[in-house]
Design a binder for this molecule. Structure first.
Ligand SMILES: [Zn+2]
Ligand SMILES: [Zn+2]
Length: 146
C-alpha cells in the first residue's frame, strides 16, 4: 500500500495509509501522534458518517450498517455545547473509515492533541478531517472509545 497524490489530495487503500497521512499532519502541527485506534462499531462494521465540531472538541460517528451513533473519545463531555457539522468527501460521499491518533504529554500517557483521520470508502481519499487540543487524560481510555 502506498499513498498517491492527485491534485491537492492524498489517496490510499487502508488504515495504514490513513496513519501515514495522520503522522505527516501531526508532525507539521508539532505535536506528533504516537498512539492510534481504528473505529469499529459494536456491530463490527467500520464505515461511518462523521460529524464534528473542532471548536467544542467533539466528534460523533454513526454506523452506516446499524445506525448506532457514538460520541468519540471524550466527546460526550462536550457534546452539549457542540454544533456538529457533517463531513462530506470531495467526491460527495459520506462514508468513512476512521482512525484516531493522539499526541501525548512527555513522559506520560495523557492526551495532549487529538487527530481524526479518515479514509473515504468511495474514492479512498485520506486526510485529517479534524484536530484539536485535547485534555482527555489517559490515552488508553480515550482510544478505547475511538
Ligand atoms: Zn454498527
Ligand atoms: Zn471520497
Amino acid at each position: 500500500m502506498a499513498l498517491t497524490k492527485k491534485g491537492r489530495y492524498w489517496y490510499g487503500s487502508g488504515p495504514d495509509d490513513t496513519r501515514t497521512e495522520l503522522l505527516r499532519y501531526s508532525k507539521a502541527n508539532a505535536y506528533i501522534a504516537t498512539r492510534f485506534a481504528e473505529s469499529v462499531c459494536t456491530c463490527g462494521h467500520r464505515a461511518f458518517r462523521l460529524e464534528s465540531d473542532e471548536e467544542a472538541g467533539a466528534a460523533r460517528r454513526t454506523c452506516l450498517a446499524c445506525g448506532t451513533a457514538h460520541l468519540m473519545g471524550d466527546s460526550a463531555e462536550f457534546a452539549d455545547e457542540a454544533d456538529f457539522d457533517n463531513h462530506e468527501c470531495v467526491c460527495a460521499a459520506e462514508s468513512f473509515e476512521l482512525l484516531s491518533g493522539v499526541a501525548l504529554y512527555s513522559e506520560s500517557n495523557d492526551v495532549r492533541w487529538y487527530y481524526l483521520g479518515c479514509r473515504c470508502t468511495a474514492c479512498n481519499l485520506v486526510g485529517v478531517f479534524a484536530d484539536w487540543k485535547c485534555e482527555a487524560g489517559d490515552a488508553d481510555a480515550f482510544l478505547a472509545a475511538a
